[in-house]
Design a protein around this ligand. Sequence first.
Ligand SMILES: Cc1cc2nc3c(=O)[nH]c(=O)nc-3n(C[C@H](O)[C@H](O)[C@H](O)COP(=O)(O)O)c2cc1C
Length: 184
Amino acid sequence: MTEKIKILAFGGSLRQGSFTRALLNSTLEMVPAGAEIEIFELKDIPMFNQDFEADPPEIVKKFKERIKASDAILISTPEYNYSVPGFLKNAIDWASRPYGDNSFEGKPIAIMGGGGAIAGSRAQYHLRQIFVFLNGHVLNRPEVMVPFMHEKIDKEGKVTDEHSRARINELLIALVAWTRQLRH
Ligand SMILES: Cc1cc2nc3c(=O)[nH]c(=O)nc-3n(C[C@H](O)[C@H](O)[C@H](O)COP(=O)(O)O)c2cc1C
């Protein structure tokens, strides 16, 4: 039997009622066969301080351990001022350090998110750039960028837009295939 692909997912925003968090939650309703998804909460990760990178706070140690134990990473990001939100960049910075102990090294990664008219695309491309340095293998397609995402999610946080759900489903299937492909 083929081994299960363990996907560690994180992101969204710290806001209650976050739409990008709703996108993340929707993945739990469509876990591909042969895969499992765990969502990691970033809200308690403190601000990065290089003085502590070799012996970071417990929550950071746990984050790094979960990343390393995973086969693939899934990130859902909003766009803040045309870029990656600070809390997300901060978490990635912790997990990338100290030098020589980058948790993302060689990991297959999928990115999704949404925003207004341009659907958060600028943040996603900045995120891709970050993973060039961190040597993460970011999946090129499908690009899941949900425009006007506030119209696609209901008050209970359910993604109601069928097109968006289908794209997220495609992304998950592609991430599992990409992960298996990179293994060989
Ligand atoms: C600080 C800040 C900056 C924002 N900048 C952008 C932006 O550059 N592009 C965009 O499409 N939306 C921007 N927005 C709107 C967000 O896309 C919107 O608030 C979205 O719902 C945030 O994701 P969330 O629902 O997961 O919290 C910004 C929101 C905040 C709070």
